[in-house]
Every structure is written in C-alpha cells, then in structure tokens.
Design a protein around this ligand. Structure first.
Ligand SMILES: NC(=O)c1ccc[n+]([C@@H]2O[C@H](COP(=O)([O-])OP(=O)(O)OC[C@H]3O[C@@H](n4cnc5c(N)ncnc54)[C@H](O)[C@@H]3O)[C@@H](O)[C@H]2O)c1
Length: 235
C-alpha cells in the first residue's frame, strides 16, 4: 500500500491468492495501480513471468522487493531439522531471492537502473538459543548474496540492499508472539521492548526503493528496535 501511495505501479507476486488479490484491490480502490499474479518465488518460470508482466504492463521495472519467506515450526535445532525442511526453506527464502534478482536485474538494465531490496533478518547477524537453523542459514545467504549483487552492478545504476528486520508482528511470528512465555523470552532482548509493526519495515523498504537512498548500496539495513546493538536492555 505505501509503495502505491508514493505513486508506484505495483505487481504483487505471492502464493496466497486471496491476500494478493485483496491487496491489489485495496490499492486500486485507493486510486493506485496494482495487479496480482500468483507466483511461487521458488519457481524460475513463475518469477520470470512476474518480471515480464511488470515490464509489459507498466513499461519498465524500477524496484524489486524480494520479501516472501517462510518460517516453519519444524525448522529447529541443527540436530533435529530434517533435510526436507532444510530444502524447503532454502528453496523459498534463498533461491526465491536469487531468482528475483536473476530476472529483475536484466529488466533494470533495460530500464537504466533500479533498486533491489532483499529481506534478510536480524538472525543473519546474531545467533539464537531458540534455533531455526535453516531459516537462519537462508537469511545469512540472502545477506551475502545481496552484498555481491550490490557490488557487481553498482556502475549500472542498480542498487541492492539487505533489509534486516527485528521481530515483526506478522502472521509469520504469530505462534511465538501469542505465547506469553515465548514472547517474553524474545522481547527482553529488544531495547524497544516490543516487536516492529509491519508498516515500520515497509517504511524502510520504501526508503531503500526511493531516490532518497541513492547512495545506499550493499547495506545491511537493520530495522530492529536496537536489538543487534544491545547487550543489556532497559528493565
Ligand atoms: N516477522 C518477523 O519477525 C520477521 C523478522 C525478520 C525477517 N522477516 C522476513 O520478512 C519477510 C516477510 O515476512 P512476514 O513477517 O511478513 O511473514 P508473512 O508470513 O506474513 O508473509 C510472508 C509472505 O510470503 C508468502 N510466501 C510464502 N511462500 C511463498 C512462495 N513460495 N512464493 C511466493 N510467496 C510466498 C506468504 O504467502 C506471505 O504472504 C520474510 O522474508 C521474513 O523471513 C520477518
């Protein structure tokens, strides 16, 4: 929504058809332009069609926001996590971002430049004794991959930054945040004392997408309420 409010023409790709259609409709109702295309980010053909659709419908691609990710309950300690869960998380969280960049970059080259925002996580920067090993490894991969892309394409006016949110109050964290013990186990480490609201992360993505961030490239862009800066937090 906030991208559209700033005048962006938005192409939404998600496996959640109801949510995607609803978001596109909300944007249109508010006077913006948006379309939804059911897209599994782990499938090359679907991501390439998503990018092609953006170019055909709106003329060019300026921004790629690689945001899709999963956080399955069965992803746990390195000793307990199955190969299947590992593979699934890597397919979506890491390969999905790779494919998003793979198809967005040639489109941005055709457009004369662009901004890529890859969503990593604070867990790419700090370890947790409440482990999700595949998720953490996938986000570490997103962070390093983004840095390399940022450097390779910098002189083609294409920027790439890794957005590293702290815990955010979204469906992804619902199981943890709705359990008072699990919630407190995590909140104690956040100087802000609360999870982020989704809009606080979207605002950071908007900044990275915009010309206002024209010299921000290859950044580990933490939006985490001070979590990764903290040793002892306020009582
Ligand atoms: N919520 C948090 O605490 C938190 C913290 C750090 C990073 N993140 C990251 O932020 C991003 C957004 O997560 P969120 O918190 O909004 O979670 P969410 O579950 O609310 O949203 C994730 C979206 O990804 C979509 N998705 C899942 N698999 C897909 C696939 N194969 N193809 C296309 N779309 C797919 C889902 O349908 C959903 O709309 C993710 O990359 C997540 O890892 C979240």
């Amino acid at each position: 929504m906030i991208f559209a409010r700033e005048g962006a023409k938005v192409v939404i790709g998600d496996v959640n058809e109801q949510g995607g259609e609803q978001t596109a409709a909300q944007i249109e109702e508010a006077g913006g332009q948006a379309i939804f295309l059911r897209t599994d980010v782990s499938r090359a053909t679907e991501v390439s069609v998503l990018v092609k659709t953006a170019e055909e419908r709106y003329g060019k691609l300026d921004v790629m926001f690689n945001n899709a990710g999963i956080f399955p309950d069965a992803d746990a300690s390195v000793t307990d996590t199955s190969e299947d869960v590992w593979d699934l998380v890597m397919e979506i969280n890491l390969k999905g971002v790779f494919l998003g960049c793979k198809y967005a970059i040639p489109a941005m080259q055709r457009a004369g430049g662009g901004s890529i925002i890859n969503v990593a996580s604070f867990v790419a920067l700090v370890g947790a004794a409440t482990p999700q090993i595949a998720y953490t490894a996938s986000k570490g991969g997103v962070l390093s991959m983004t840095r390399e892309i940022a450097v390779e394409f910098a002189r083609q006016n294409i920027r790439a930054n890794a957005l590293c949110p702290g815990p955010v109050d979204t469906p992804l964290l619902r199981t943890i945040l709705s359990d008072p013990v699990k919630r407190q186990r995590r909140m104690v480490h956040i100087p802000a004392g609360r999870p982020a609201r989704a809009v606080e992360i979207a605002n950071a993505a908007l900044f990275l997408a915009s010309d206002e961030s024209s010299y921000v490239n290859g950044a580990t862009f933490s939006v985490d309420g001070g979590l990764t800066a903290a040793y002892v937090t306020p009582e």
